[in-house]
Write a protein that binds this ligand. Structure first.
Ligand code: AMP
Length: 221
């Protein structure tokens, strides 16, 4: 199964992607996580991307698409994936279609996590991320069992630089200008499934799994 999670920053794409990936036994591909890892490791890709990430704007399509292409050639991708953070604009959506077409496959489902602005701000201001596996936590909504330590892998948690108020505003602007048009793109292709995502993560997960089960019997809710 090839799944895209679409929605504004703070919609809970990362949270859902990590759990869905485990439940469905599929790899989680987050272009944001791959970029941040490249920044930490000070690679050529990371050095090119850092300024864009810090400003809350999109990294160049050619760079992100090259990164994704690299991921999609790896053997663990053959049964599908959960894609989070890509595509971010129409150009990327078309590149993804082409990449998949060359592998004789296509996206199966796009879950659009609809989220209101107040919830987005509340979620991002308390978000904690695992440096190691990318899992998301929240100071109030989903605190880790041990302070600043990932429940899944024991890695250290940190607050993302681009979750600062000013950068969040910019990221939301960019989402509305560039990414929101993908809703129509996937709707026209009959791939889009809308999910109300203002509610707790477990409720969102249950909705996604129930919908997947209705389409594919092997999915367990
Ligand atoms: P995310 O972790 O998905 O919120 O992404 C964090 C930041 O990484 C974004 O604000 C962008 O600067 C960059 N980024 C992640 N994915 C993409 C993408 N598909 N295209 C361009 N920039 C991206």
């Amino acid at each position: 199964m090839r799944i895209i999670l679409l929605g504004p920053p703070g919609a809970g794409k990362g949270t859902q992607a990590v759990i869905l990936a485990k439940k469905l036994n599929l790899p989680h591909i987050s272009t944001g996580d791959i970029l941040r890892q490249n920044v930490r490791q000070d690679t050529a890709w990371g050095r090119q991307a850092k300024d864009y990430i810090d400003k809350g704007i999109l990294v160049r399509d050619t760079l992100v698409t090259a990164m994704l292409k690299d991921k999609l050639t790896q053997p663990e991708i053959k049964n599908g994936f959960i894609l989070d953070g890509y595509p971010r604009n129409l150009k990327q959506a078309e590149s993804l279609d082409e990449l998949l077409k060359s592998k004789h496959c296509e996206i199966d489902f796009v879950f659009y996590l609809q989220t209101s602005p107040a919830v987005i701000i509340q979620r991002l201001s308390g978000r904690l991320v695992c440096k190691n596996c990318g899992a998301n936590f929240h100071l109030k909504n989903m605190p880790p069992r041990r302070a600043m330590t990932c429940d899944h892998c024991g890695g250290p948690l940190y607050q993302r630089n681009d979750d600062k108020e000013e950068t969040v505003k910019k990221r939301l602007e960019v989402y509305l200008q560039e990414t929101a048009s993908l809703i129509q793109y996937y709707e026209a292709k009959k791939k889009l499934i809308r999910i109300s995502a203002d509610v707790a993560a477990e409720i969102v997960l249950h909705k996604i799994l129930s919908l997947l089960k209705a389409k594919n019997d092997s999915v367990k809710v």
